[in-house]
Design a protein around this ligand. Structure first.
Ligand code: SF4
Ligand code: SF4
Length: 249
């Protein structure tokens, strides 16, 4: 049987999602047995840059014309495109600058040189091209990546949880940091899949996996404000990994 041809690519990001693919050490040999990896710069400088792919995984967000060109070129040579990680799905931490004057930030950090840099407000991949599926996480969860590959190999699109981190937190019988301690925990708004890693360690969720499908930001903001947080604190927390609904560039 012909193995599906697969490529891994990165635009602007920390490469943590690609690294987590390589961190699947116990399953990597099985993986290369099942798929034909044609391009994966983090793993090998050798690559087949022309071949048509069955699945392309792209990490990172688009912050420049160069990124846009890469994403469009990959889209043209793949049957399925998977956004790998929160930056690829939502824009991630780089979208934080939507809360500020971007020109002023560039001036502050780079001086006049800032005006010459090929850069623009961060965009998720699906703001540029069609994305068939997204795996959230900062970085992605190894088990979710492997389950997604297994699904794709069987011709199915993977399913993400439809519930928030709070559900996993309840399954783990954790103390609620929001309800009992008044912490600004974003578990009610954040898509599950990490087994409530942070609250299980006594740390409030900061929403690194991006919004849950039915996240009600306004209702949550009202709740957090009733607990004494300012609107600015709440919006800042909510916008750390994904733009607030309606946020403009
Ligand atoms: S600690 Fe956070 S994630 Fe856990 S139940 Fe409370 S609000 Fe939800
Ligand atoms: S609990 Fe929240 S911040 Fe922690 S890994 Fe899960 S989604 Fe990310």
């Amino acid at each position: 049987m012909t193995k599906p041809k697969v490529g891994f690519f990165g635009v602007t990001g920390c490469a943590g999602d690609l690294l987590n693919v390589l961190n699947c050490e116990d399953q990597l040999l099985d993986l290369v047995d099942l798929v034909d990896i044609r391009e994966f710069l983090m793993a090998s400088s050798e690559g087949d840059h022309e071949v048509m792919l069955d699945v392309a995984f792209i990490e990172g967000c688009v912050v420049s014309q160069r990124d846009e060109d890469v994403v469009k070129a990959v889209r043209q040579r793949t049957r399925l495109l998977v956004a790998l990680g929160t930056c690829a799905m939502w824009g991630g931490v780089p979208t934080l600058d939507r809360l500020h004057d971007r020109g002023a930030l560039l001036q502050q950090v780079y001086g006049d040189f800032g005006r010459t840099i090929d850069t623009r407000p961060a965009q998720a991949l699906d703001e540029i091209v069609k994305v068939d599926f997204g795996l959230p996480g900062c970085p992605i969860e190894k088990h979710e990546f492997l389950a997604a590959v297994a699904n794709l190999l069987n011709g199915n699109l993977p399913q993400l949880p439809h519930y928030p981190v709070c559900a996993e937190c309840r399954f783990a019988e954790n103390r609620c940091l929001l309800g009992q301690d008044g912490a600004l925990c974003l578990g009610p708004l954040t898509i599950a899949g990490c087994d409530a890693r942070c609250p299980s360690l006594g740390v409030a969720c900061n929403g690194c996996r991006g919004p849950a499908p039915d996240a009600n930001f306004e209702s949550a903001a009202t709740l957090y404000q009733s607990m004494g947080y300012t609107r600015a604190q709440v919006e800042r927390a909510m916008a750390t990994f994904a733009p607030l609904p309606g946020a403009v560039h």
